[in-house]
Design a binder for this molecule. Structure first.
Ligand code: PGA
Length: 247
């Protein structure tokens, strides 16, 4: 595996640990990261906890990311947060197009593309999420849906090294992860659509990744890391996944 495709384990805290509890969790991850020199670690807390987490991770190998952004830098957009603002509080990364954003907040492929453009223009590395629903998988449409989602933003990635997270919607927060063969099939397909970017894009798997299934998933040829929800809320389980990535 080339150096750009070093394993990346990102924790998506979702709507948890937005206040003072963020600091001890981030500090515990920083302590674990000291034993792990072959894995890149990113924490994505709620917006309100970003400054605290950035302080806890300062001078460590753990980087910080937002869970979302608005595609304009500033303006009359009540309640939104922009790429320059995320940068200002220490973010290097941002999650774009998470399935919860697509399903609960009406984000479209066009919107995901716009946010990817804004993230890159603002100097953030996007982790762009794609994935099929259970109904789409059962209808045999997995690759068709994921290809549509990837092609919606593919051309704006030219010249950049980003992460794409394949997160089957039916596997998120359900305890049902895709098996390694199911994940690898989709990851290999995504890699094949990337063209020139294939060797410089990390493709993460997400959806019920836990310490006990991480090694098998991360062992797949085209799985370059994980986007972890529930298991990132506990430093020991997030650390267990990171250790599986270290190998
Ligand atoms: P989960 O969430 O690990 O809790 O399934 C993953 C995600 O939504 O990114």
């Amino acid at each position: 595996m080339n150096s750009i495709r070093r394993p990346l384990i990102a924790g998506n805290w979702k709507l948890f640990h937005g206040g003072l509890s963020a600091t001890p969790l981030a500090q515990a991850v920083v302590a674990i990261s000291r034993e792990l020199d072959a894995v890149d670690l990113v924490l994505c807390p709620p917006f309100t906890a970003l400054p605290l987490v950035a302080i806890a991770c300062h001078n460590s190998r753990v980087q910080v990311g937002g869970q979302n952004l608005y595609p304009k830098d500033q303006g009359a957009f009540t309640g939104e947060v922009s790429a320059p603002m995320l940068r200002d509080v220490g973010c290097k990364w941002v999650i774009v197009g998470h399935s919860e954003r697509r399903q609960l907040f009406g984000e479209t492929d066009v919107g995901v593309r716009e946010k990817t453009v804004a993230a890159l223009a603002g100097g953030l590395i996007p982790i762009v999420c794609v994935g099929e629903t259970l109904a789409e998988r059962e209808a045999g449409k997995t690759l068709q849906v994921v290809e549509r989602q990837v092609r919606a933003f593919l051309d704006v990635l030219a010249g950049h090294s980003v992460a794409i997270a394949y997160e089957p919607v039916w596997a998120i927060g359900t305890g049902k992860n895709a098996g390694p063969a199911e994940a690898e099939e989709v990851h290999a397909a995504i890699r094949s659509w990337l063209g020139d970017l294939a060797d410089r894009t990390r493709i993460l798997y997400g959806g019920s990744v836990k310490p006990d299934n991480a090694a098998a998933l991360l062992g797949c040829a085209n799985v370059d890391g994980a986007l972890v929800g529930g298991a990132s809320l506990d430093a020991a389980s997030f650390g267990g996944i990171a250790r599986a990535a270290q190998g």
